[in-house]
Structures are given as structure tokens and as C-alpha cells.
Design a protein. Structure first.
Length: 324
């Protein structure tokens, strides 16, 4: 009887040991599976942090299988989550989605008030919001522009010799002159009109307008004052008179000048293509053309202190609203 009981106890103990070993094996397998999933998710950007949190929570149920590895993965997840949240805020800020950027920033700042990286991001995000809202106001009040520019032009060619950016040798006054590219420097001042909103990206409102004013070019020994007009910041015409001081091609001959241009505005800078006709309405007619880069300095009514205070309050209260 005693021997029978010992046999039963031995079998039961062996069964329990096998069951425990099997359970340990299953827990180890599950831990390794979940650990691999978490690590794989953290190897790439733009993964769902909510999904990552769920999988990590499942992994925590098996943390006792390998506490050291679990701690390593948990620390890495915290760093990854912070990095992804910072990247999200920067992305929203770059896209002018100021409301979402400031809301996310406020939550992150509340969770990690002592983190230096978070503090720096908070300053940068709020400054970006302030600058965007301020620019919305200033650009809605643009009354004048000053526009210095630099152009890369061909020298004059007779219209009959025109070939785009192909410059053959030509005889002027019996002398052979090589047609080459050269620089032109310009300064213009304009009065704006027909100012109106154009596209809007997030909380950033863009405006377009037309312009009329005066422009002065200096090119290859010629000073060219002109009446200038630009329509919707994209197409323009300049009409003026070229005073020839030291042009080596045509000495002592002044010209009437007509220039047409097409511009592509990019914030404060515009890139353009130009073609100019110079003529004395007698014996000399020339064409030259080139590319232009100009800076648009916008001037208008000063922003009031009340508007500045409203911008500051809206950012502080995370309440970005259109400002006029």
C-alpha cells in the first residue's frame, strides 16, 4: 500500500513539474514574441504610439521571464515615444497646424516639465506660432514694397539673331564683340493695390496683390529708370529709358526699354524670367533675356499693441483663432 502511494505521488509530482515547465516554456515563447514585436515597431518612424502601448502592456504581463530585457525595452519605448511625439509636434508646426501643435505641446510639457528637450521645443513651437500669427496680420496690411534684385542676363542681340541662350559673335561698329552673360542689379519701390487672401495652409493665411511703382536697373554700363507694374505678383512689365554711359557694344547711344517678366513668389523671395527690348527707334534694336532673384520687403501699417497682446494670450491659452 505504501509503495502504491509513493508511486502515485511520484507520478503526480512529475506531472506537475512537466506542466510547470511547459507553462514556463509557453511564457518564454510569448515573451520573446511580444518583445520582438515591440522592438520591430520601434525600428521605424510613424508607428501608432497607442498600438505600441497596448503591445508593451501585454509584454509587461510576462516581465518576470526576463526582467533585464523587459527594462531595456521599456526604457527604449519611453525614448521612442518621446521622440515620436516631438517629431509629431515639429511636423504640425511646419505645416502651420498651430492649434494641434500647441495642444500636443501643452500635454507633453505638462507630463515632462523638467525635460530640457521638451522645454526647448516649447519655446520654438510658441515662437513659430507667434511669428505665423503676426505675419498673418502684417501681410494683410501691406501697402508698399521695396524690392532689390539681381539678374543673370545676356548682352544685347539683334532680334534677327535671337536664339534662346545661344550667343554668336556679332560685329558692332566694325569691332568683334563676344556675346556673353552678365549681371544686372536692380532696385524697385511699389505701391500695392488689390490686396486679397489667396491660399491658406493650416493657420497660415497667404495674400496676393498687384503693384505699381518705379524701378532702376544697372546693366553693362547702362542706367535704366522705368515705370514698373506687377500683376498678382506673377507677371510684370517695365517701360523706361536706358542711359548709356559705358556700354562697350553701342557707345554713345541711348535706348528706350521695354521689359516683360514672369515671377514665381516664394514667401519673401521671387524667382523670375525676363526678356528686354532696347531700341532707339532708328538704327539699333536689341534683345536680351535672363533670370532674376529678388527680395520682397513688405511695408504696411504697424501692428497694434492690442493685437500683439491677443496673439500672446491665444498662444498661452492654446486658442489659435484668425486675427485681423
Amino acid at each position: 500500500m505504501l509503495n502504491q502511494c509513493c508511486k502515485i505521488a511520484f507520478v503526480a509530482a512529475l506531472f506537475l513539474l512537466n506542466t510547470a515547465a511547459a507553462q514556463d516554456s509557453l511564457r518564454t515563447e510569448k515573451f520573446n514574441e511580444l518583445a520582438t514585436r515591440v522592438q520591430k515597431m520601434m525600428r521605424s518612424k510613424d508607428n501608432s504610439l497607442e498600438h505600441l502601448t497596448v503591445v508593451h502592456r501585454q509584454l509587461s504581463e510576462y516581465a518576470d521571464v526576463n526582467p533585464a530585457l523587459f527594462k531595456e525595452i521599456s526604457d527604449k519605448r519611453l525614448r521612442y515615444s518621446l521622440s515620436e511625439r516631438i517629431r509629431y509636434i515639429k511636423m504640425r508646426s511646419r505645416g502651420y497646424d498651430l492649434q494641434q501643435a500647441l495642444v500636443s505641446m501643452a500635454i507633453l510639457e505638462n507630463e515632462k516639465p523638467d525635460n530640457i528637450e521638451v522645454q526647448k521645443l516649447s519655446i520654438k513651437t510658441k515662437r513659430k506660432a507667434h511669428n505665423v500669427l503676426l505675419k498673418n496680420i502684417t501681410e494683410s496690411r501691406v501697402g508698399y514694397t521695396i524690392e532689390p534684385s539681381i539678374s543673370y542676363y545676356t548682352l544685347g542681340k539683334k532680334p534677327s539673331e535671337f536664339a534662346f541662350f545661344n550667343a554668336p559673335d556679332t560685329l558692332y561698329n566694325g569691332d568683334k564683340a563676344k556675346i556673353t552673360q552678365n549681371l544686372m542689379f536692380s532696385l524697385a519701390g511699389y505701391k500695392t493695390f488689390n490686396l486679397r487672401p489667396s491660399k491658406k495652409i493650416g493657420n497660415r493665411q497667404f495674400y496676393t496683390y498687384s503693384q505699381a511703382g518705379l524701378k532702376v536697373d544697372y546693366f553693362n554700363g547702362m542706367l535704366i529708370p522705368q515705370l514698373s507694374a506687377i500683376f498678382t505678383q506673377t507677371s510684370g512689365i517695365d517701360i523706361g529709358y536706358a542711359f548709356n554711359f559705358s556700354n562697350p557694344q553701342i557707345p554713345d547711344v541711348n535706348f528706350y526699354s521695354i521689359n516683360i517678366a514672369a515671377y514665381y513668389p516664394i514667401n519673401q523671395v521671387s524667382i523670375g524670367l525676363n526678356a528686354r527690348i532696347l531700341s532707339d527707334f532708328s538704327d539699333h534694336h536689341f534683345l536680351h533675356y535672363g533670370i532674376t532673384a529678388k527680395y520682397n520687403l513688405k511695408l504696411g501699417k504697424k501692428v497694434t499693441n492690442e493685437a500683439l497682446k491677443k496673439i500672446k494670450a491665444d498662444i498661452q491659452n492654446v486658442n489659435v483663432s484668425p486675427l485681423k
